[in-house]
Design a protein around this ligand. Structure first.
Ligand SMILES: [Zn+2]
Length: 192
């Protein structure tokens, strides 16, 4: 007779999987930090396997849509050979924005687990709730904040260093002002 799976065991296994997924997303976020990007990382997991992983590459690619979630979704779809990612879970260190939350709905992904809330642009409950919108034909389960402290600390570290830089380097660069520093010195952040 097959062993009976207890609900607590199932919960523990699921928590372990969430921790594993978020740890991979955090590795990606640390990589983003090391290359001067806003530190956000993501990965897509299907049946316990990592399908894809990515970090924010907005500055590197000079692409406003190059968020970690979008790149990870594209890579995951390439891996399965289909745009539909039914059964998959996305782990991302920051609450997805409206564009990324919309892309998660379009990909028919099962759930998203996010690290820390984005009080300025979060579209999974903070500023708006795209995955929970009843008018849409697919609902994405949202879990978060999860492993919040680690995810938030990385962002705080980044914005602290940006502020320090904008007081020195950025204002000396052509076209930069203290209000609009060039490069990565964006004024966005609710993580100070
Ligand atoms: Zn986004």
């Amino acid at each position: 007779m097959a062993p009976v799976e207890k609900p607590m065991d199932r919960l523990r296994a699921r928590l372990d999987e969430h921790r594993m997924g978020m740890s991979v997303a955090l590795e990606e976020a640390r990589h983003a930090l090391s290359i001067g990007e806003v530190p956000v990382g993501a990965c897509v997991v299907l049946d316990g396997e990592i399908l894809s992983r990515a970090c924010n590459l907005r500055e590197t690619l000079r692409d406003p849509t190059a968020h970690a979630e979008i790149i990870a979704l594209r890579r995951a779809a390439f891996m399965v050979g289909a745009w539909r990612l039914t059964g998959a879970t996305m782990y991302v260190t920051l609450e997805p924005c409206a564009m990324c939350a919309g892309a998660l709905v379009l990909a028919r992904i099962d759930r998203v687990v996010f690290g820390t809330r984005d009080p300025k642009a979060g579209a999974c409950g903070s500023v708006m709730d795209v995955p929970g919108n009843r008018s849409l034909n697919h609902r994405v389960e949202v879990i978060g904040p999860f492993m919040e402290e680690e995810c938030r600390e990385l962002l705080q570290e980044f914005f602290r260093s940006m502020r320090k830089d904008s007081r020195t380097d950025c204002r000396e660069m052509p076209g930069a002002t203290s209000k609009h520093p060039v490069g990565n010195g964006t004024m966005l952040n609710g993580f100070a």
